[in-house]
Design a protein around this ligand. Structure first.
Ligand code: 5GP
Ligand code: MN
Length: 340
């Protein structure tokens, strides 16, 4: 964090404040982990803190300390609006543009609060008076650790916060294997374990809770795997009907796209998930090496993310989304074949 940002944040936190900490829509482990971790720290520093998510989050994150107090905007709308309206400071974590909070966007835009962004996505928007953005970071949860270090508050690390941050770093790095994982990431994680985070427990709580329906849905997804070796590309589709048949619950498809990326020779993978209620197909992209899915998601799917992990959406039908996807692959043929 640069000196100016640090000075601004220190000034903001000098006296007890009403603070709201917000994560992105369809929150993942990093959004929940970083927001809960920061909320606990700010609370310990004497501020009044509310943690808000635009919509619900997967069951495999519900065990996290304090998760039961998170306000879900689309279910507890009045409570959420009231907290946003009263806030002196709003921290936005793990996203880089206000449209990433869905229907909450207008309330954030109307708020009188000072905004602070902590995020590791590329090309952050300029809405905060203090922007701590670092796309080289493994996760926003790792950034919350560095943020605590910068404001001289690593002493407030406790069992709960170490558990939050460990969970966020673990989920966003694919259990410490993506290229964003650095020696510093491991040093941070080592410290979190010293404070009390229990790696085997956290791993178990997050990954070993598969319902039979989820595993059968994975079977369907794998059956729907399409491979285009000439483009080093593989993708998976899931229709609303296939989701319904398997009693789809939020988070059930988390990680499915990685199976497409694990196909020998493949460096670009996608999963297309139909959402009839929202009238969209939600897309997750993953890549290996220097092929940027952030760029592709921005160019074609009103989305974004990181070089190797991004998302977007299409308002076409599932089959038209897939045909369109196949039709744009030739534009990327050279990039895909030259990628290292
Ligand atoms: P996932 O595929 O796991 O949902 O998301 C992968 C990455 O892309 C995450 O960092 C996420 O924040 C980002 N991402 C996913 N969907 C969208 C989207 O619709 N718009 C933008 N800008 N980023 C997205
Ligand atoms: Mn993240």
């Amino acid at each position: 964090m640069d000196e100016k940002t640090l000075a601004t944040v220190k000034e903001l936190l000098k006296a007890p404040r009403k603070i709201v900490v917000v994560g992105h829509k369809n929150p993942d482990g990093d959004a929940i982990g970083s927001c809960l971790g920061l909320s606990f720290v700010l609370n310990r520093l004497g501020h009044k803190v509310e943690t808000i998510m635009p919509n619900d989050f997967p069951d495999f994150l519900k065990w996290l300390p304090g998760a039961e107090h998170i306000i879900i905007h689309d279910k507890q709308t009045d409570e959420s609006i009231s907290a946003i309206t009263k806030a002196d400071i709003i921290f936005t974590l793990d996203f880089n543009a206000l449209n990433r909070v869905g229907d909450m966007q207008q309330f954030l835009e109307d708020a009188d609060a000072s905004f602070v962004m902590i995020d590791h996505h590329q090309q952050p928007d300029d809405y905060a008076i203090a922007t701590y953005s670092d796309p080289s970071m493994s996760s926003t949860s790792e950034m919350v650790y560095h943020f605590m270090e910068a404001i001289d508050e690593l002493g407030t690390l406790c069992l709960e916060v170490s558990t939050h941050l460990y969970t966020g770093i673990m989920t966003d790095t694919g259990s410490f294997r993506f290229s964003s994982t650095t020696a510093t990431t491991h040093k941070v994680v080592a410290h979190l374990i010293e404070i009390g985070a229990k790696p085997h427990k956290i791993h178990e709580n997050v990954y070993d809770v598969n319902s039979p329906d989820k595993l059968k849905l994975l079977g369907v997804a794998l059956n729907n795997l399409n491979i285009h070796p000439e483009y080093r590309t593989a993708f998976i589709t899931l229709s609303q009907k296939e989701l319904d048949t398997h009693n789809f619950r939020k988070g059930d498809t988390e990680g499915f796209v990685n199976y497409a990326l694990s196909v020998e020779g493949v460096i670009f993978a996608a999963i297309f998930i139909e959402n009839k209620q929202e009238g969209i197909v939600k897309i997750s992209f993953r890549s290996k090496g220097d092929f940027s899915v952030n760029k592709l998601a921005r160019e074609h799917y009103n989305g974004g993310g990181h070089v190797n992990a991004a998302g977007g959406r299409s308002t076409r039908s599932l089959s038209n989304t897939v045909s369109e996807f196949i039709s744009i692959l030739p534009q990327y043929k050279a990039e895909l074949n030259d990628a290292e």
